[in-house]
Structures are given as C-alpha cells and as structure tokens.
Design a protein around this ligand. Structure first.
Ligand SMILES: [Zn+2]
Length: 347
C-alpha cells in the first residue's frame, strides 16, 4: 500500500470514530434533557401540592387536607407527563413513587402501598395513609413530642420536674424562664431546652432522623409490592438529604420519593429523585398587630376582627415570636401563644 492508502484508511477510521462519538453525545444529551424535564415536572407537582397546603388552613389548625394535597400532586404530575386521561399509565407511573411523606406541625403522615388478601385468595395492593405519627424523641431525662413550632410536649418519666402532672405541653422557652423549673435549671444547666441553638439542632436532628428511618422502611417494603406489579427495580432509600430538608422543617412540608423510573430511548436508564418543598418557602404566615389601649394584640391574617379595627400597625410579622418581641399578646385566632392577662383586659 502507498502512503496515501494509509492516510485514507486512517481518515475513514477517524471519521467513523467522530460520527460514533457524535451520535453517542447526541444520545447522552437527549437523555440528559429527559432527566431535566422529569425533574422539573416532579418538582413542579410537589410545589403545586405544597402551595395548596400553605394556602389552606392557618398555623396550628389540627387537620390538614391530605387527600386533596395528594390529589393535586398526582393531577399536576400526570398532566405534565401527558397521561392525565390514561389510567393505566398513571397506575404504572405511581408504582415508582413508593412513599409520600406529609409533615404537619405535630406529626407526619406516610402515604404508602399496603397489601391485603381478598376473598378470592389473591393478594392485592392499595395505597393508604398512615395515622398521624408524632415527632418522638427520648433521652435520659424525658420523652419529647416535638412540633415544627416552639411547642413541645414533655413526658416527665423520671419525675424531674416539680409538677403534679407527668405531661407538660409548653413553648420550650418557658423552661428557660418559669420559676417552677428553677431547680431543674440549676441541676441540669446544660440541657438542650435551655439553649435555643441546641434545641433547634436536637429537634431537627431527631425529626429528620426519624423521618429517614420511616422512609427507608417503607421504600424497602415496596420491593415485594413492585415485583407483584412486574417491576424488577429494587427500591432503597438514599440517605443524606438532611441539609436540603432542614430548610423546610420550620413549617409543614412534603416529600416525594420517585425511584427506578425507566427512561431514555430504550428505557434503559433509571430516574431517581427525592422531591421536597416546604410551606414556609412558598408562603410564610402573616401576622398583624393591633393597638388596644394598654397593650398590643397579634392576629393572623384573615382574622375577622382585623376588618373592624382602625388601629392596626403598618408593619406585618411572619412569626408569633416576632409579634411577641414587639410586645404583642395573641388573639384567639392564634392557637398557641401568650394571652392578655386578665388584669389588663379589665381596664
Ligand atoms: Zn384575631
């Protein structure tokens, strides 16, 4: 062969490599785009649901409309996936969402697949909500039930507190100030109840740790149910979402585990994503403060008493704590908070 033959061979070979690489780059790009699209759709559906959660019900309301929130999520997700009128495709897609978690102020709900054996002897699966489960924590002193606000319920199992009752529900700041706890403060000054930063750390750590265990349990439990439905993917809960999630833990929030979803031209890639959003990101509660002679009174936005009052401060507040710092007591429209002492209302 002459030299130019070699050159020609080289060129052919080189071009083939370029075309092949170019094709696989194109393929990777379209896979990357599909992944970005899926992420967008899932995140948007989660935000839609949480937006409803934020708009419905005020701070402290005891029951959240979890079915409506869940329906909004699925409707939004199905419609962006183009399967809003295809129940079979919806059922298939839903199988890749082993768990949804809805966090209320004083506990959380898990939406999961449960199995049951029907009269015909066959085993079926259906989605159900768990009961509301408390944010539970225990140490050498007490058992705690945390809330997403400053309220805490303490079970005084070791009778460390000089109270006639064993169950105390309070704003945790009361343990730092109230005379009844002076002795306890003296003997256990390093307890986390007495340090705001420590309290926040212990509380968030305990809640997130508990929720991760719950998610992990229900996700791995999903494997047998998925297999029943012809899905061979093994669901497992990826850990390490503490940081992102901690930001949502000041208010009600939602978390969706979407796992193992096959995509790409040959459906040979799997999509995994945990989508979460918090009501505080979407809408903080708004409080108004009314001037009432000797004292100030805080109201939540929407309180009917606000309409008839002419002495509302221009400034609004986004937490009860901020109202309290401004010296305001809480009106009845706010479930938890310091009330106006009898002495003042008499005058
Ligand atoms: Zn009010």
């Amino acid at each position: 062969m002459k030299v130019y033959h070699y050159t020609l061979l080289f060129l052919i070979f080189f071009l083939a490599v370029i075309i092949k690489t170019d094709m696989s780059i194109g393929r990777l790009k379209s896979i990357e785009n599909e992944k970005t699209e899926l992420t967008k759709k899932l995140t948007a559906a989660t935000s839609d649901a949480v937006e409803f959660l934020a708009a419905s019900g005020v701070y402290g309301e005891s029951s959240i409309r979890k079915d409506e929130i869940k329906d909004i999520f699925f409707t939004s997700f199905y419609s962006s996936m183009g399967i809003i009128s295809d129940p079979n495709a919806q059922a298939e897609l839903e199988m890749y969402i082993p768990v949804i978690l809805l966090c209320d102020y004083d506990g959380y709900y898990v939406y999961y697949y449960d199995t049951f054996t029907a009269e015909d002897g066959y085993t079926y699966s259906k989605r159900i909500w768990s009961e509301k489960m408390p944010y539970y924590y225990r140490d050498d002193y007490f058992i705690y039930r945390f809330t997403l606000s400053d309220r805490v319920i303490i079970y005084d199992i070791n009778e460390l507190l000089p109270l006639p009752v064993d169950v105390i529900e309070a704003d945790y700041h009361e343990f730092q100030k109230d005379d009844r706890y002076t002795l306890f403060r003296l003997h256990h000054s390093d307890h986390f109840l007495f340090d705001d930063d420590k309290y926040e750390l212990v509380k968030k750590g305990a809640i997130i740790n508990q929720l991760e265990n719950v998610l992990s349990y229900y996700t791995s439990r999903h494997n047998s149910i998925a297999r029943m439905n012809g899905i061979s993917y093994n669901f497992s809960f990826p850990s390490g979402l503490e940081e992102e999630w901690a930001g949502y833990m000041d208010d009600r929030n939602m978390l969706v585990v979407f796992q193992g979803y096959p995509y790409g031209a040959d459906r040979d890639y799997t999509f995994n994503k945990i989508a979460s959003a918090g009501a505080n990101i979407i809408k903080k509660p708004v409080y108004y403060v009314e001037k009432k002679g000797w004292y100030h009174l805080a109201h939540i936005k929407g309180c009917p008493k606000l309409e008839n009052s002419i002495a509302i401060l221009d400034k609004t507040f986004d937490s009860i704590e901020a109202c309290a710092k401004a010296g305001a007591y809480c009106d009845d429209c706010i479930e938890y908070g310091a009330r106006v002492p009898e002495l003042i209302t008499e005058y």
